[in-house]
Design a protein around this ligand. Structure first.
Ligand code: ATP
Length: 574
C-alpha cells in the first residue's frame, strides 16, 4: 500500500480517466482540520490522483489550492463529496467518498436504456445537484454519464455527480501546452464548441444530452468524426425518437436549444422532469397528465446564470454574468474562439481524441488558444482581426493539435508503467459485481425506483412512482479553510521534459554503449578488406599477398617492432 500524504494509503486502482487515476484507498489516521471530512482510521475512501502533467504544472497547483474551498464546500446528496485535498511533492489528489456502484455510462452499456419515467427521475436528481452548484457559482462543464456514479441501495440506485471542479482545474494554459483535453464532443454545448462565453447553461445542455441518451441508449448527435459531431451541435436539430413521450421531448428539446438563454435553469429542469415523470407514469391521474403536457411553462431560463471562469470579461470565478451576456446569434458566422489568456474549451477535461476518423463521440478536444501550437498563422480570434472565412474552423485546429493522442477513459487494469505514482498495483481492478444477471429491461430491479416500465405503451397509465424528496438547496457555507500557506505557493520546479528515445535504430541487446564501437570496428574491417582485395593497392605495394596474409605479416612486424623496442630499452638500461 502506498501512502498519500500522511493520512491515506492507496489500495487498488478503480479506474482511470483523462485527468487521473481513481484508487480505492484507506484512511491511516484522521485528516487535519483543513479537510471537509476528517474521517476515521481504517475508513475506505476514493482518491483521484491527478495526472503528473497536471501535478507538475505550477498553474494547476495554484488553481488546485485556490479552488480548495470551492471543492470542499460543495455538498449535496447528489454530489460525490470531496473530503480532502492532498498536495505533496509532485502529487495532487482529491479524497472523495467511495461510491460502491457503477458509473452511469457503464450501467447504460450493460443494461440498455431507461424507461422514460426512470430517465426523467434520474436526471431530475442530477438537475438538483446542478441547481445547488450553480447557486454556489460552480459550473460543472463536463456533464456526461461517466461522471455520474450510481450508489446502490438494494434494488434502488442513487445518482451522484462527480468530477466537479476538475474542469476548472484543468482549464489552464498548462494543459493546452500539452494538448491534453477539453471536452467530450458528444456532450459539448454549441457555445463551448465555438469558444463563446459559457455559463451554467452548458450544464443544462449536457443534462439534455444525457437525458436523451438515457432513454434512447445513445447521444443525439453522432458522426464519423469528432468534428462532424461538433458541427451537429452547432447546426443540427436533434431527431425525436418515437419512443419519447411528448412532455419528455419538450424538456429535452428545451435543454438542447442552441441559444443558452432559452434553456431552463437547473432548478426548473428538476421540477419539470418530476412533473413529467408523474404525468407519464402508469399511475398518472388526469391532473398529472395535464401538468406534464404543460411542462413547457415550467422551464423558465435562469435569469442570472453562473459564469464559467475564464470567459471573456470574467475574472472572478464566482462572478455572475448579467442575463444575456454572450447571447446567441443564430445568424452569426462561425467565429474563431475569442479566447483571452485562458483556454475556453468545450466541456473541458475528459475524453481524448479518437483515432483519426474514428467515430468515437466521447473523444476529447483540446483548446488551442491564439498563439498555441496547432493554430494557423494569422488566426487571432473573433476580436482579433484576420480569422476570415477562409481560415479553418477552430475545431479543425483543435483536432489537428490533438491528433497525437489516443487515450480513452476506461475502467480496466492499470498499466503500472502509466501509473502516475509509478507503482505496481497490488492487484487488478476488481470492481464488485454490481449487476445481477441481465434481465429483460421491463423487469430490471435497478430501475424500479424510477418508475415502472411502460407496458402497452404505458404513457399516462397508473404508476407506482413516489417522487423523492426534493433536496433543500445548500447554502454556501462560510469558507472553512484559511488560504493555503504562502510556502505552498512558492514557484515549483519546471515540468520535466519528456524522455527522448535514441534515434539510433540499431539495437544489440546487452551491449549497451559498446554497440557503436563494435559496429564501427566491423565496418572498418570490412571496408579495409574490400579495398585491399578489390583495389590495385596490393600491386602498388608489390607484396602480392592476400588480405589475411598481409594482415598477419603486419601483425608480426608490429609485434616484432614492439619486442625490439622492449629489448632495446632493457639493453640500454643495463
Ligand atoms: N468516488 C468514487 N468512488 C468509486 N469509484 C469512483 C469514484 N470516482 C470515480 N470512480 C471510478 O473511477 C473511474 C475513473 O474515474 P474518472 O473520474 O477518472 O473517470 P472519467 O470520468 O472517465 O474521467 P474523466 O472525466 O477525467 O475523463 C470511473 O470508472 C469511476 O467509476
Amino acid at each position: 500500500m502506498r501512502p498519500v500524504g500522511s493520512k491515506y494509503f492507496l489500495e487498488e486502482p478503480l479506474g482511470r480517466g483523462a485527468t487521473g487515476t481513481v484508487w480505492r484507498a484507506r484512511q491511516r489516521e484522521a485528516a487535519g482540520a483543513e479537510a471537509a471530512v476528517q474521517g476515521q482510521p481504517g475508513e475506505t475512501v476514493a482518491i483521484k490522483v491527478l495526472k503528473e502533467e497536471l501535478a507538475s504544472d505550477p498553474d494547476i497547483v495554484m488553481r488546485f489550492l485556490r479552488e480548495r474551498s470551492v471543492l470542499l464546500r460543495l455538498t449535496h446528496p447528489n454530489i460525490v463529496r470531496v473530503r480532502d485535498l492532498v498536495v505533496e511533492g509532485d502529487l495532487l489528489a482529491l479524497v472523495m467518498d467511495l461510491v460502491d456502484g457503477p458509473d452511469l455510462h457503464r450501467y447504460l452499456r450493460e443494461n440498455g436504456p431507461f424507461s422514460p419515467v426512470g430517465a426523467a427521475l434520474l436526471t431530475a436528481q442530477i438537475a438538483d445537484a446542478l441547481a445547488a452548484s450553480h447557486a454556489d457559482g460552480v459550473v460543472h462543464r463536463d456533464l456526461k454519464p461517466a461522471n455520474v456514479l450510481l450508489r446502490q441501495y438494494g434494488d434502488q440506485m442513487h445518482p451522484l455527480l462527480t468530477d466537479f471542479g476538475i474542469a476548472r482545474l484543468a482549464d489552464s494554459p498548462g494543459l493546452t501546452r500539452t494538448h491534453e483535453f477539453v471536452g467530450t464532443p458528444a456532450y459539448v454545448a454549441p457555445e463551448s464548441a465555438e469558444g463563446r462565453p459559457q455559463t451554467s447553461a452548458v450544464d443544462i445542455y449536457g443534462a439534455g444530452i444525457l437525458l436523451y441518451e438515457l432513454v434512447t441508449g445513445r447521444p443525439p448527435f453522432s458522426g464519423g468524426s469528432a468534428l462532424e459531431v461538433l458541427h451537429q451541435h452547432l447546426s443540427a436539430e436533434p431527431r425525436r425518437p418515437s419512443t419519447i413521450p411528448d412532455p419528455l421531448w419538450t424538456v429535452i428539446e428545451r435543454c438542447l436549444r442552441k441559444n443558452p438563454d432559452e434553456r431552463p435553469s437547473a432548478e426548473n429542469l428538476a421540477r419539470g422532469l418530476r412533473t413529467v415523470a408523474e404525468g407519464i407514469g402508469v399511475h398518472a391521474n388526469s391532473a398529472q397528465i395535464a401538468a406534464a403536457e404543460g411542462v413547457g411553462a415550467l422551464l423558465a431560463p435562469d435569469p442570472a446564470p453562473a459564469a464559467v471562469p475564464g470567459a471573456p470579461g470574467d475574472a472572478d470565478p464566482t462572478q455572475v454574468l448579467p442575463h444575456g451576456a454572450g447571447a446567441y446569434d443564430p445568424n452569426a458566422a462561425t467565429s474563431v474562439m475569442p479566447h483571452t489568456g485562458h483556454p475556453v474549451g468545450a466541456a473541458d477535461p475528459t475524453a481524448v481524441l479518437p483515432n483519426r476518423g474514428a467515430a468515437d463521440p466521447t473523444a476529447v478536444m483540446p483548446p488551442v488558444p491564439p498563439g498555441q501550437p496547432g493554430q494557423q498563422p494569422g488566426q487571432q480570434g473573433a476580436t482579433g482581426g484576420p480569422g476570415g472565412p477562409e481560415d479553418p474552423h477552430p475545431w479543425q485546429n483543435q483536432l489537428r493539435a490533438a491528433r497525437d493522442r489516443n487515450e480513452q477513459t476506461q475502467v480496466q487494469y492499470l498499466d503500472p508503467n502509466e501509473d502516475p505514482l509509478r507503482r505496481r498495483p497490488q492487484r487488478q481492478v476488481a470492481r464488485p459485481q454490481q449487476q445481477p444477471p441481465q434481465q429483460p429491461r421491463q423487469q430490471r430491479p435497478q430501475q424500479a425506483g424510477y418508475g415502472q416500465p411502460q407496458q402497452g405503451g404505458g404513457y399516462g397509465q397508473p404508476q407506482q412512482y413516489a417522487p423523492p424528496q426534493q433536496q433543500p438547496r445548500q447554502q454556501p457555507r462560510p469558507q472553512r479553510h484559511a488560504p493555503p500557506p504562502p510556502e505552498r505557493q512558492e514557484p515549483r520546479r519546471a515540468p520535466r521534459e519528456p524522455r527522448q528515445r535514441s534515434a539510433n535504430p540499431m539495437k544489440i541487446p546487452g551491449l549497451g554503449c559498446l554497440k557503436g564501437c563494435l559496429f564501427t570496428i566491423i565496418i572498418l574491417f570490412v571496408a579495409s578488406w574490400l579495398i585491399w582485395e578489390l583495389s590495385p593497392l596490393q600491386d602498388w605495394i608489390g607484396t602480392g599477398r592476400g588480405y589475411w596474409q598481409e594482415l598477419s605479416h603486419w601483425y608480426h612486424q608490429v609485434t616484432g617492432f614492439i619486442g625490439d623496442l622492449g629489448g632495446g630499452s632493457s639493453s640500454s638500461g643495463q
